[in-house]
Design a protein around this ligand. Sequence first.
Ligand SMILES: CC(C)(COP(=O)(O)OP(=O)(O)OC[C@H]1O[C@@H](n2cnc3c(N)ncnc32)[C@H](O)[C@@H]1OP(=O)(O)O)[C@@H](O)C(=O)NCCC(=O)NCCS
Length: 165
Amino acid sequence: MSTLMVMSVRKLNESEAHAVSDISSSSWHSTYREIYSNDYIERWLADHYSEEAVKKEIEKSLHDEKLLFLGAFEDSICVGFIECNISGKGAHLLRLYLKPDKIGQGYGKGLLQNLEKHFKKFMVRECFLEVNRLNLHAISFYKQFGFIITNDSGEDYIMVKDYRR
Ligand SMILES: CC(C)(COP(=O)(O)OP(=O)(O)OC[C@H]1O[C@@H](n2cnc3c(N)ncnc32)[C@H](O)[C@@H]1OP(=O)(O)O)[C@@H](O)C(=O)NCCC(=O)NCCS
């Protein structure tokens, strides 16, 4: 990130659904180009990341403090997002995506660290996520932040971070 840019992380609102949908599309095409077929990517995006689907998810998160849907902003432009569901003392990291040209500039870290501030409030003991086993960049990013691979479910690894230590 250039020194002139200001990074912030906050809850997303409904008016940002379009930006989130756009980021999802560019990130999915670039991240999964060599992992999933184009048809699969298009279908997944249409089913889960249309502007309408994202808007519904943001609305849900605004009414449920345990569903966290946060955006990373460069100045006032949304460049990435993270979504996580907390249940009891456990958390499930559902989504973490950045605009491809914003990768490696600290936004992933900013999103994850902000999420972890919310974890403290809810006394979360453990967070898990699924990541495609061929998504090596994301796997090493998560490892760097203390997640370890505990299991694999087909094409995905399950990674867990223990916050009790
Ligand atoms: C995964 C992702 C969110 C990580 O965000 P990022 O912006 O690239 O990572 P950051 O720039 O915030 O990196 C934070 C720290 O992790 C380190 N890091 C980043 N990627 C790394 C990697 N592949 N291996 C090891 N360390 C890595 C950085 O060096 C940095 O360390 P520092 O704080 O000591 O300087 C981002 O790469 C992304 O959107 N990828 C495509 C989508 C995706 O795969 N999502 C996950 C789906 S499960």
